[in-house]
Every structure is written in structure tokens, then in C-alpha cells.
Design a protein around this ligand. Structure first.
Ligand SMILES: Cc1ncc(COP(=O)(O)O)c(C=O)c1O
Length: 457
């Protein structure tokens, strides 16, 4: 272990390959990670946050339970429900009409989801939200935890994009520091672990460690890669040095200031995020990851895809994500002031080249995407997964039960999960998004001429 104060005995090496109940150096490295992130227990994960989200849900929910889950959750949350056999109760995230993207889940929306579950006679065993989002927006985790804890329910946070949070005074606090019971982090995203390296942190007694262990034993390899595990330990060691974050934070502050001074650039701000919240407004305690820059060049008539392609091709600036409306840039340990200067210069040049731009047909906003009524769930995620499926023309899909997870971008919130009844509005929304230059993920037919539905339902 790097920088370890813990000693281990080589006679403890037996059983090292079992990640769920480790001993020796793996146990010692996990304990150091728990100390670093303020957890009572930490487990190393060798299948990314995906495996951790599966384990967290399986540790809390069984087939007779309900999981309150953010509608913009990652695919792994849906697959976790297939594994656990539980019933979803969806909570809608706040949607940004200008950018056509989903942001945080507000405590008031979570309250409403609990009431919804109660009306359906469901026993809620956990709630799961994504924070930060891909766009760097963090929910009011303390507020969400208070809503959950007042009902004795644990709050699970998909913190895949937030392994760095809370490790430096210039960074916002982590989900665990704000009261979450479980946080799952992709250490390979914002920190320097090798791809697939991630961690599950547990705090408090609302989630039983033995159930996490049991789920991890079921889900993970009994021969985890030592390279991966060592890289998790090394990433922890590096990230605990405040100096490691200092330059990236300075570079991000500089880039934010520069972008903010360019009238053509619309940088996602906290005010904009708060304005998307029709539930809580200013009473919600939100934040934005300073190392994520989400911006749009819509004023130049450039879609996010066009802006990202131009930045990469002409200037070597590679975006983390592009949508029809915006570009997301991720900074992290290793980002330097030179990177920030190069980004600013690239944007200035791009703006110069397009300053006479006209509105692009590819630019699409959420205001063009209708708000759909809540879906009718016919089959649980698990039953839908095992059901026989057939392909029908899209025009005949209304009234049938979807066998695929259909997620339009924008707004990145699934229009249909497997097991939900497709309506004419859902099909129209998906087709409209495609026509406006967006994309639909999860469909087996990329043209959307046909859809996969559950046979005989
Ligand atoms: C919000 C979110 N959660 C979970 C995951 C899965 O993480 P991993 O790739 O580490 O399995 C991702 C991956 O991009 C993600 O964006």
C-alpha cells in the first residue's frame, strides 16, 4: 500500500482474491480508502460503478421491495432492479429547458415519490439518485438524506463522477459527507485509477455491511486484477495530497472566468440550475462541480456536437460529452494551466470563425420535447427482462409493453423503460428528438422504424 500507516502480516495472504471479504493488504488498502473518504467500510470494485450500483441495490432491496430511483439514473440502476427483482418508483429530476438536459433531484420531488409509493402500497427499501450528473450538477444530498432518514430509508448515491469530492477545501463535499448512506464512485473517472476501478463506500447502520458483502460476492470475480486493485490504492494515495488538486482547481477557475467573459459562451451556472427546479427553488442547496465546465455555443448557431467536433479537430480539446445543445469538459488531477489557456484560445478562435453564424437546425431544446405523463408500468424490470420479445413497426407500438430502455438525448431521461406501456406520445417524442438532431439510445433499431416489445403483452 502506498503511504500506508497500516501493517499487514504476510501470513494473512490466504484468501486475498476474495474482494467481498478481503484480508491482508487488500483489507488494509480498503481501510485506508474508508479513512480517506470518511466511510465506515469501503469495498474495491473491479467492474466500475456499474458493479457497485448493482451491489448497493441488491444489499437493500428484494423482490417485495420498492426502490425510489431518479428517472435519469444510469442504465446500471435499471439492471440492478433486474437483479434485485424490486419495483421502481421513479422520481423526476429537474429539467433545464434551455439546454434540454436533466439536472438534480430535489427533496420535494423525493417527498412526492415517497407519497406515490405509499399510495401504491409499496414498501420503499432505498432511494437512489445520481450526483453529480454528467453535467457536474450536485443534488442537495443533505436535504434528500433528511427526507429518506425521517422514514428510516437509506439514501444511495451514484457518485460515479464525484470520486474527487471532499478531498480538497476547494472542492464541494462528497455525498457521504452530506449524509448519504452509500456512495458509489468511479475512481477511474475523476481520479487516476485504471478503467473499471471503482469503490463502494458505506456509512452508518441503515445498510447492513454483510448484505453488501454478500451482493459483491455474487457479482464480482473471485480473481480480481491486482493491477486494478493497486491502481485504486495508488489513486487514493495521490488524491489525498492537496497539492494534487491545486493546479486543476486553479486551471478550472481561470477557464471559468475566461469563458464567463465571452458573450457567445453560455456557461452553466448555479442560478440556471436553480431556475430549473420547479419543486424547491432557492430552498434547495445545490452545487456545481468546479472541475466540470458545461457550456453552449447556441448563440453562434452551433450545436454541442458541432462545437465539440471543432474543438477536437482544430484544437485537440477533447470533450467529455456533447449533446445537441451543449459541450461538457471534464478537468481533473493532471489538468494544468496550459490546458486552460489552450481551451480559452481555442474557444476564442472558434467564436471568431462563427461570429456570423445563423441558428443551426441541429440545435434542439427541451422546450421542443413535450413533458410526458407518468408511465404505466405493466411488468417489473426483472419480469420484462425475462419476457419473450418481438419486433413491431413503430406505428403499431402504442399500447404495447416496451422490451427496451428508450432514452432520448435531449433530455437524457428515458421515455420508456422495459416493462412500461408505450404510448403514441412516447413514440412521437422519440421520433421528434431524432428529427431535431438528437439521439435515442437503447433502441435495437437505430432508425426507430421498429421497436422491440414484450410478446403477447
Ligand atoms: C452517472 C453514471 N453512473 C454510473 C456509471 C457507470 O460507471 P462505470 O463505467 O464505472 O461502471 C456511469 C458511466 O458513465 C455514469 O455516467
Amino acid at each position: 500500500m502506498l503511504g500506508s500507516a497500516l501493517q499487514y502480516d504476510l501470513t494473512e495472504l490466504e484468501g486475498l482474491d476474495i474482494l467481498s471479504t478481503p484480508s491482508g493488504p487488500i483489507l488494509a488498502a480498503q481501510r485506508l480508502a474508508a479513512q480517506a473518504w470518511g466511510a465506515d467500510s469501503t469495498w474495491f470494485l473491479v467492474n466500475g460503478s456499474t458493479g457497485g450500483i448493482h451491489a448497493a441495490v441488491m444489499a437493500c432491496c428484494g423482490p417485495s421491495d420498492a426502490l425510489i430511483v431518479a428517472r435519469n439514473a444510469h442504465l446500471s440502476a435499471h439492471n440492478a432492479m433486474v437483479l434485485a427483482g424490486c419495483t421502481p418508483v421513479y422520481v423526476q429530476p429537474c429539467c433545464d429547458k434551455g439546454l434540454g438536459i436533466a439536472h438534480h433531484v430535489s427533496p420535494a420531488a423525493l417527498e412526492a415519490a415517497f407519497e406515490d409509493a405509499q399510495q401504491q402500497g409499496l414498501r420503499v427499501a432505498a432511494a437512489l439518485v445520481v450526483s453529480p450528473t454528467y453535467f457536474g450538477v450536485m443534488s442537495d444530498i443533505a436535504g434528500l438524506a433528511a427526507v429518506c432518514h425521517s422514514r428510516g430509508v437509506p439514501l444511495l448515491v451514484d457518485e460515479a463522477h464525484g470520486a474527487h469530492l471532499g478531498l480538497h477545501p476547494g472542492l464541494p463535499p462528497s455525498a457521504l459527507q452530506c449524509g448519504a448512506d452509500v456512495a458509489v464512485q468511479s475512481t477511474h473517472k475523476q481520479l487516476s485509477a485504471m478503467t473499471q476501478g471503482a469503490m463502494l463506500h458505506l456509512r452508518g447502520s441503515r445498510v447492513q455491511p454483510q448484505r453488501v458483502r454478500r451482493a459483491l460476492q455474487l457479482l464480482q470475480s473471485s480473481s480480481p486484477s491486482y493491477l486494478l486493485m493497486s491502481s485504486l490504492d495508488a489513486a487514493r494515495h495521490q488524491a489525498l495530497d492537496p497539492a494534487a488538486h491545486a493546479e486543476a482547481l486553479a486551471a478550472a477557475t481561470y477557464a471559468r472566468q475566461q469563458l464567463g467573459s465571452l458573450p457567445a459562451v453560455q456557461l452553466l451556472s448555479l442560478e440556471q440550475v436553480a431556475a430549473s427546479d420547479s419543486w424547491s427553488g432557492s430552498t434547495c442547496c445545490l452545487s456545481i462541480d468546479p472541475l466540470r465546465l458545461t457550456f453552449s455555443l447556441q448563440k453562434l448557431g452551433l450545436s454541442g456536437y458541432q462545437a465539440a467536433a471543432a474543438l477536437e479537430q482544430a484544437h485537440g480539446v477533447v470533450a467529455e460529452l456533447a449533446t445537441p445543445t451543449c459541450v461538457v469538459l471534464a478537468m481533473s488531477i493532471g489538468t494544468t494551466m496550459r490546458h486552460a489557456e489552450a481551451l480559452t484560445a481555442a474557444l476564442r478562435q472558434l467564436i471568431g470563425e462563427h461570429s456570423n453564424g445563423h441558428s443551426s437546425s441541429a440545435v434542439c431544446t427541451a422546450s421542443q420535447v413535450p413533458q410526458l405523463p407518468p408511465p404505466r408500468v405493466k411488468l417489473s424490470p426483472r419480469d420484462a427482462f425475462f419476457a419473450a420479445a418481438e419486433v413491431v413497426p413503430a406505428g403499431q407500438a402504442a399500447g404495447r409493453v416496451s422490451a427496451e430502455l428508450l432514452c432520448p438525448y435531449p433530455p437524457g431521461v428515458p421515455a420508456a423503460y422495459p416493462g412500461e406501456v408505450l404510448t403514441a406520445e412516447v413514440v412521437q417524442q422519440l421520433q421528434a428528438v431524432m428529427q431535431q438532431g438528437g439521439t435515442v439510445t437503447g433502441c435495437s433499431d437505430g432508425s426507430l422504424e421498429t421497436l422491440r416489445v414484450v410478446a403477447g403483452a
